[in-house]
Design a protein around this ligand. Structure first.
Ligand SMILES: [Zn+2]
Length: 71
C-alpha cells in the first residue's frame, strides 16, 4: 500500500522560526540520498539566517516519523 503524503512539507527554521513549504517529493529524495543518522530528518539551510530548517512533520521513506514544533 502506498502511503499518502501531502504535496508539501512544512519546515521551520530552528533559529529565526520562519516557515517554508518544500515539495514532499524533494524532501523524500533528500531522505533517500542521505544514508546518515536516521535520528535526523532531512534538513535545509535557512535562506534568511544561518539556521537549519527542520520538518514540522515528516515520515521518512523507512517509516520513521519526525516532528518539530520550532522549539
Ligand atoms: Zn532562519
Amino acid at each position: 500500500m502506498k502511503l499518502k503524503r501531502p504535496a508539501y512539507t512544512k519546515f521551520i527554521c530552528a533559529k529565526c522560526k520562519c516557515h517554508e513549504k518544500i515539495p514532499t517529493d524533494i524532501v523524500l529524495q533528500m531522505d533517500m540520498m542521505d544514508p546518515g543518522d536516521p535520528l535526523y530528518p532531512p534538513m535545509f539551510n535557512c535562506e534568511k539566517c544561518d539556521g537549519l530548517m527542520r520538518p514540522v512533520y515528516f515520515r521518512g521513506y523507512t517509516g520513521i516519523e519526525y516532528t518539530y514544533d520550532g522549539n
